[in-house]
Design a protein around this ligand. Structure first.
Ligand code: PMP
Length: 381
């Protein structure tokens, strides 16, 4: 298979699997147990926390392990609202991940007012609009660092500065930036940062929330573990696997260059072969690994299916409802026409992709993508 859907999830690193195996068999002790075995597991978790903290650029005491970015996003947003009961306003954007948007929809039902900041045609926020949206009763600004569908990167350091000046906490959904660009949370005024291991070649079902030192964020799940901040017996193999994956990302600059070289070749190859194709967010700063392209001459679902038959995995980025697909909320928010959205595919490269994978994709696209007729004529009735 040629796997080009690394923004959805990544293959588990062999190093992560190896590190995890003992904790799925012999080293099964509960880290809360006072036994020697329990103490050893507890120490392994402490070491793992240090490895993940190094990747994020933060203190170990600032990291809480969760079940993934969805839970981290919930803990951050619900926690920030609980900390300021008199403040009932949230600011987010129209292009967030469903784990944020659906929570916001729920919160609206409970009387919280939510401002959804729009994005421009390149997928970028307008910072003046953000500043204008801040109110005395704003409990939290919650924005993603990079978009999972387009790779567009929001200027989080500038936003953090603005939030700090306004005295409003900032939560960042950093799920897509982890392992793709260097992070130094300590030097940026982000109070809360969510991430997930399975996007960086770690296992599924484990993630983390960074909580800046001194912020007394209440738990989402009560219990003694994680110093009272997240109850439940620790997902020990998950934590160990997350740390092993984080250690692989030690040379993040090299990691990032590898991704960018492959993505740039993929993008240029497509644009050379299909001059009418359009790269979404091309004018904005983007992740090094992501490209989302409107081919305009073939339905995305059809192309995805034909690529899949050849062992090439990509994504539409659109949420697939039973019996059909809805146009992506992210591309819609960028003002892309419905017709163009329905011809758009996302390719996201990862650590284990090679130049050969990209060449295989381009050869397949040359065979599968019509070059002349518009989509509505080319698509089967
Ligand atoms: N936020 C973003 C931006 C994501 O891309 C994802 C994963 N698709 C999530 C949150 C949810 O992560 P998890 O699967 O760990 O809950």
């Amino acid at each position: 298979t040629v796997y080009l859907d690394n923004n959805a999830t990544t293959p588990l690193a062999p190093e992560a699997l190896t590190a995890m195996l003992p904790y799925l068999s012999t080293d099964f002790a509960n880290p809360s147990s006072a036994s020697r075995a329990g103490t050893a597991v507890k120490e392994a978790i402490a070491g793992a926390r240090a490895d993940v903290a190094a990747l994020l650029g933060c203190r170990t005491s600032e990291l809480v392990f969760t079940s993934g970015a969805t839970e981290s996003n919930h803990m951050a947003m619900l926690g920030a609202l609980a900390m300021a009961p008199e403040k009932r306003h949230l600011i987010t954007s129209t292009v967030e991940h469903p784990s944020v948007l659906l929570l916001c929809r729920h919160l609206e039902q409970t009387g919280v007012e939510v401002t959804y900041l729009p994005v421009d045609a390149s997928g970028q926020l307008n910072l003046a609009e953000l500043r204008a949206a801040i109110r005395p009763d704003t409990a939290l600004i919650s924005l993603m660092w990079a978009n999972n569908e387009t790779g567009v990167v929001f200027p989080i350091p500038d936003i953090a500065e603005m939030a700090r000046a306004a005295g409003v906490p900032l939560h960042v959904d950093g799920t897509q930036v982890l392992g793709k660009m260097p992070l130094d949370l300590a030097s940026i005024g982000v109070l809360l940062f969510s991430c997930s291991a399975h996007k960086v070649h770690g296992p599924k079902g484990i993630g983390a929330l960074y909580i800046q030192k001194g912020l007394g964020l209440p738990p989402l799940i009560y219990g003694h573990q994680e110093r009272g901040r997240r109850g439940g017996t620790e997902n020990v193999p998950g934590i160990i696997g997350f740390a092993a994956a984080a250690r692989l990302m030690a040379d993040i600059e090299a990691e990032s260059v590898h991704l960018r070289v492959l993505r740039d070749r993929l993008e240029q190859g497509v644009l050379d072969c299909f001059p009418t194709a359009m790269v979404h967010g091309q004018a904005a700063e983007r992740l090094p690994n992501t490209v989302n392209i409107a081919f305009r001459s073939i339905e995305a679902e059809e192309l995805l299916h034909r690529l899949d038959q050849r062992g090439i995995v990509a994504a539409t980025g659109a949420a697939c409802a039973a019996g059909g697909s809805r146009p992506s909320h992210v591309l819609s928010a960028m003002g892309i026409s419905r017709d163009d959205i329905l011809t758009s595919l996302r390719f996201s490269v990862g650590r284990y992709n090679s130049r050969d994978d990209v060449e295989q994709l381009i050869r397949a696209l040359i065979e599968l993508v019509p070059t002349a007729e518009p989509a509505h004529q080319a698509a089967p009735a």
